[in-house]
Design a protein around this ligand. Structure first.
Ligand SMILES: C[S@@+](CC[C@H](N)C(=O)[O-])C[C@H]1O[C@@H](n2cnc3c(N)ncnc32)[C@H](O)[C@@H]1O
Length: 389
């Protein structure tokens, strides 16, 4: 872990770095070694019991009484809490960190921030701290929630999400560039952008396009704006709900989301897809980076990826992954023949040729797809709006 590479990064002493390294290493061990042991234990025990499980729920029920499952779950919860605690400790030791965001010293690089006081936070976002993040995405009302998210994500992801936590954005933007070479986007919208870490790569990949990041949480947008300016990348951040996107019909070329849908109740996912279809130009593309659907995975993998729904304050996770992803697109107006799904390696960790070969093939699901690990494979799905002009 090299630490965040921008001027808003928290100032950290050696004790703080050691605290973060411990937390990251512990998480990596739980999510790789201990997870591997839990899987082996399951394979052996389920054969011995003579039970074959056909769903993630059945695997979950079977494992609940087993020691390795309890160790895994307990340590994942503990390390998740440690992630946020370590960041709060760092913020307390650097009290000017939030002030640096509120009064940036950087000259403007052309981005903007548009907040809208009439936008109401949905009840679910005020009712819980999603993935145990203290204060959720809105925090105490200032930009601190963004500081918590950026610094927390760095500890959480133990180095597998790219130098600037932006590998998902680079992977999805380059997948889009390679799959639709005829697309010359003028407007790209990242919905549920949080602090914009996966928004910047769209501007870096398509420099002629205007890139906008939309989210409901003003604290994250405020931080995201300061962060984008610190990187010198002009992004326009706007506060809005995904069910009322502030764009005219057929005005956008690409609508993108990343790790977003699983945090929404189903009715809002459906509303977002309708909005995406409405604002896309004919030939425009909706691309969502997400966890793969349960119908593409075996019972054990379904259990493994749904774990967060039960133990990590992610109440919509399983319901989302149980949905038909094609159905989401067709219900919103896309045609089934324009649906796509893909798996791909991390763009910033491989050569472009390797990325193009792997992402150009049919989606291939393996035990690394969607798992946070050194060998992670990203999954994306969406659709191109028919009627190319
Ligand atoms: C897991 S984060 C998304 C992460 C980010 N896109 C990434 O690439 O890592 C979910 C985001 O969705 C936002 N959000 C939740 N409900 C929303 C809604 N109804 N409309 C727009 N944004 C929403 C939250 O504020 C939060 O920033």
């Amino acid at each position: 872990m090299a630490g965040l590479q921008h001027s808003l990064a928290l100032k950290k002493d050696l004790d703080q770095r050691a605290r973060e390294r411990f937390t990251s290493s512990m998480r990596a061990w739980v999510l790789t070694d201990l997870a591997g042991q839990m899987h082996s234990d399951y394979e052996k025990a389920s054969v011995e019991s003579g039970q074959g499980h056909t769903s993630g729920e059945a695997v979950h029920q079977f494992l609940k009484g087993r020691d390795l499952f309890k160790w895994y779950s307990s340590l994942r919860c503990a390390t998740q809490e440690l992630v946020w605690q370590s960041v709060l400790t760092a913020i307390a030791a650097d009290p000017e960190s939030v002030e640096r965001i509120n009064s940036p010293s950087e000259a403007s690089h052309g981005g903007s921030l548009t907040l809208d006081a009439t936008v109401q936070l949905p009840a679910y976002s005020e009712a819980m701290d999603v993935h145990l993040m203290p204060g959720n995405y809105q925090g105490s009302g200032d930009a601190e929630a963004g500081v918590v998210y950026d610094n927390g994500l760095e500890v959480f992801s133990f180095g597998v999400m790219g130098k600037n936590l932006d590998d998902i954005g680079h992977s999805m933007a380059n997948y889009t560039r390679l799959k639709w070479p005829e697309l010359k986007p003028q407007l790209i919208v990242d919905v549920g952008c949080t602090i914009g870490h996966n928004t910047l790569p769209w501007k870096q990949t398509f420099p002629d396009a205007e890139v906008q990041g939309v989210d409901i949480a003003p604290a994250c947008l405020q931080y995201g704006h300061a962060r984008a300016e610190a990187f010198g990348v002009p992004i326009h951040f706007r506060q809005a709900g995904c069910d009322a996107l502030p764009y005219g019909d057929e005005s956008a070329d690409i609508v993108f989301s990343s790790m977003f849908l699983h945090e929404l109740p189903t009715h809002l996912i459906k509303a977002f897809f309708k909005e995406a279809h409405r604002i896309l130009k004919p030939g425009g593309v909706l691309i969502n980076m997400e966890l793969p659907p349960n119908d593409a995975l075996g019972a054990y993998d379904a259990f493994y990826l749904d774990w967060d729904c039960f133990y990590n304050n992610e109440p919509f996770y399983k319901e989302f992954r149980d949905l038909s992803y094609v159905g989401l697109c067709t219900d919103a107006g896309f045609s089934a023949s324009d649906f796509f799904q893909a798996t791909m390696p991390r763009f910033t960790y491989v050569s472009e040729a390797e990325f193009a070969a792997a992402s150009g093939a049919d989606a291939a699901f393996d035990s690394d797809t969607g798992r946070l690990s050194d060998t992670i494979t990203w999954y994306a799905f969406g659709a191109q709006k028919g009627g190319v002009a």
